[in-house]
Design a binder for this molecule. Structure first.
Ligand code: ZN
Length: 188
């Protein structure tokens, strides 16, 4: 899925905990791809300086079976970064450590997990090995760049934000009496 959708879903996923949690949720929702891009960018900057930076980012068509071939370099980045930042196993380990250290549920990792769950069925190539490093098993999905998937995603986003609007933003929304959950237990 595109990074903007991931961020918007991340925001929506944590909105019921409060506005600040939701803003952080947008960031952690996009984080698997941000980490992947940051890793790729750093590696390329160290090696080549600022030339050819545009090749660091792929396009939606790469994830379609009938799309243009992904350059070898991006495949390398996929193997070096994507498989780590899109692993439910590694995320689970981080979540357990977080919970153990802070003694509360790692709310901010929910948008992160949602990101991985959305990538699994929406890549036809360069699929999401969510069990890495235990297994490289993947599922062939239906690419998010295909019109049907793209439109379905944005239609669902629109619907979701319509609900958020009715709940929180429309004029005349009654003032909130109870504190937001984030004010009671913290953001993450
Ligand atoms: Zn992703």
């Amino acid at each position: 899925m595109d990074m903007l959708s991931h961020a918007l879903w991340g925001y929506a996923a944590l909105r019921s905990r409060g506005p600040r949690s939701a803003r952080w949720g947008a960031l952690t929702g996009a984080a698997p791809d941000l980490l992947y891009a940051a890793g790729s960018l750093t590696e390329r900057l160290i090696r080549d300086g600022t030339s050819h930076l545009e090749q660091t980012f792929g396009t939606a068509a790469y994830y379609r079976k009938d799309g243009p071939p992904m350059p070898q370099e991006l495949i390398d980045y996929y193997n070096h970064f994507y498989v780590y930042s899109h692993s439910l196993v590694l995320l689970g380990a981080v979540a357990l450590a977080w919970w153990a250290l802070r003694l509360r549920p790692p709310w901010l990792l929910i948008p992160y997990a949602l990101h991985i769950f959305m990538d699994i069925p929406t890549h036809e190539r360069y699929q999401t090995p969510f069990l890495f490093p235990l297994s490289r098993w993947t599922i062939e999905g239906y690419a998010w760049g295909r019109p049907a998937m793209f439109l379905a995603n944005w239609a669902l986003l629109l619907l979701t934000y319509q609900v958020l609007y009715w709940l929180y933003w429309r004029r005349g929304t009654p003032a909130r009496k109870a504190p937001w959950p984030e004010e009671v237990t913290g953001i993450g």
